[in-house]
Design a protein around this ligand. Sequence first.
Ligand code: PEP
Ligand code: MN
Length: 337
Amino acid sequence: MILRLKANSAENEIKELAERLHSLGFRTNISTGAHQTIIGLIGDTSKIDTDTLVALNPIVEDAKRISEPFKAANRKFHPESTVVDVNGVKIGEGWFHVISGPCSVESEEQIIKVAKSVKESGATLLRGGAFKPRTSPYSFQGLHGEGIRLLLEAKKETGLPIVTEIMDISTIDLFEDVDVIQVGARNMQNFEMLKELGKCKKPILLKRGLANTIEEFLMSAEYIMAGGNSNVILCERGVRTFETMTRNTLDLAAVALLKQLTHLPVVVDPSHAAGIRSLVAPLSRAALAVGADGLMIESHNDPAKALCDGAQSLDLDMFRDLMVDIRNRVAFEGKKM
Ligand code: PEP
Ligand code: MN
């Protein structure tokens, strides 16, 4: 249920109302906007009579039931878009940031070379997998702790904040200096891990599962937010369909719908969606056009020799050319990079 408070309600009145609601067994999510405060009521509201609630509480303008099971992530509770601050890089409404780097960190030379180049081209965050979720146990599994150490070296060289995937919560200590923790598609419903990530304050890049609905995606964000961490960035990376010519099917409608349903930033990963290098540029333009808040693009200094996902990785020149195009379009949309 959403309680819209009267404009200019006093802080102590809002506090008293929240306390009254807590004593009735509800949790509250209070969103203070420039002109209006909204209280999201979390709990079993089925027995509440909305008219009585409004009549008994003079600062409540109106009360509405909502049917979506996601509360903290719901835009109805929190009309203003959330901007996640990653060490000064602002991800969300009004901004368009591009995260780039290799699928996996392979060596110091590789990650430093890629980091310097993508930074020069305009990327504002560096990605690179240290723990890789591979379909085959015989494929390269990542450099693990050493991979994170190399990412931190690249961060030191370039100043770019780093994004890397966690696959097991027992490794969380290794992520202490990581700027954004990625939860990959295969772990989107690893609920115990999501709960633990809810206890930290670090930004989480949550990727949509291989075959998960938009509601399931938002409920996974809800797991993290329910624990107290509202720094969640959603990432649409394509879903499995009957199509076999592309690796996945990029669900651009989901991006547009997510922007309506939730206040969280939404970025698009065209690389894993397509699986094909030549589709990355057109899908990037499409993502910007439907309202995405940014992109995550795989790039590599030598894609033909990449240990993972070479076929979808842009080489550094291709990435630079794409960024020239994206920058013009972002400026046209009136967004900042
Ligand atoms: C990745 O970003 O490297 C990755 C493994 O992506 P996903 O979880 O979307 O497959
Ligand atoms: Mn990859």
